[in-house]
Design a protein around this ligand. Structure first.
Ligand SMILES: CC(C)(COP(=O)(O)OP(=O)(O)OC[C@H]1O[C@@H](n2cnc3c(N)ncnc32)[C@H](O)[C@@H]1OP(=O)(O)O)[C@@H](O)C(=O)NCCC(=O)NCCS
Length: 270
């Protein structure tokens, strides 16, 4: 049944955190029926504190989905650069799933971002509900992510305009001091991991230097600890939330705490 006509999407307030956490918990707990390898959900999904902190986070836009006056779900949007939006999370209470609400929510949100070139999002590869949902909405799988050791994520994007996204840099254009860098390239070489000790904490760290190349040039890419297993030599990757720093007369690219490493479809299986 499609009854999505009376759906509204408005900014969430801190007093909505409890009901949003409850609907979110119910929605993600139902993932067990659609392929989840075990119970649970994404970080903070059932926590009033986590949801409250996201509602007031100035770098996110947290929306509630209303059917009449009832909160039936949520949508968290984030920015990855100029005109580059990410759907960090969307959910619909299981009592209202399959009524067209998720689809209507995206349509309403898109209208609110006329400046967006591109929307992206990630979802677990095992999820037999979200993958068809995003495909129906026109998202195209561009690659996979390997943030979690036991399963991969599918990374989707929907281009709103044609052409090279404004948020994306060529390697030639990378300059020291840049943050929130989005860049794609071929991982030409990867050195063996080295062990170093943090100057600040004394902690033991693993580090790998790689060379990333596109049609305009190449740059040293520095990968730390868990980032190392997410990248394979000779694959094509996209980095989001990268940063560029000067180091010993050279410039190097790193992946920040909120960074994402995507293995692009064009290089899978190689
Ligand atoms: C993903 C989710 C938001 C979809 O919301 P929804 O309101 O139920 O989706 P809609 O009713 O708008 O569905 C639109 C289309 O998506 C596809 N779809 C939705 N649910 C599906 C399912 N269970 N199986 C296969 N396709 C499905 C269908 O093509 C559907 O169109 P149709 O009903 O005309 O066939 C909802 O299932 C959810 O909250 N899931 C749990 C949380 C989650 O995984 N969130 C996303 C990850 S961040």
């Amino acid at each position: 049944m499609n009854s999505s006509g009376d759906i509204r999407v408005t900014r969430a307030q801190i007093e909505d955190a409890r009901i949003l956490a409850e609907t979110c918990k119910r929605a993600f707990d139902s993932d067990l029926e659609v392929g989840a390898p075990g119970p649970g959900g994404p970080p903070g999904y059932d926590s009033v504190e986590w949801n409250g902190s996201r509602i007031v986070n100035p770098y996110l836009q947290y929306y509630k989905i209303l059917k009449g006056e009832t909160i039936v779900g949520g949508f968290i949007a984030g920015d990855r650069g100029l005109g580059y939006q990410v759907c960090e999370r969307i959910w619909v209470d299981p009592d209202h799933m399959r009524e067209g609400i998720g689809q209507r929510t995206f349509e309403i949100v898109w209208e609110g971002y006329p400046q967006a070139d591109l929307w992206t999002l990630g979802t677990p590869e095992w999820n037999v509900r979200t993958n068809p949902f995003y495909q129906k909405l026109g998202f195209v799988k561009i690659g996979t992510t390997h943030e979690y050791p036991h399963w991969s994520g599918n990374y989707y994007e929907k281009s709103i305009t044609n052409g090279f996204p404004r948020a994306m840099s060529t390697i030639e254009a990378l300059r020291p001091g840049l943050n929130q860098v989005v860049v794609e390239g071929l991982v030409e070489t990867m050195q063996s991991p080295r062990t170093v000790f943090s100057r600040k904490t004394g902690e033991e760290l693993k580090v790998v230097n790689a060379i990333l190349r596109d049609g305009t040039g190449s740059i040293r890419l520095v990968l730390w600890n868990d980032q190392i297993r997410q990248v394979k030599e000779h694959s094509r990757i996209r980095l989001e939330n990268g940063y560029v720093r000067e180091y010993r007369d050279d410039i190097q690219l790193g992946v920040g705490e909120w960074g994402v490493i995507i293995t692009l479809v064009s290089s899978e299986g190689t």
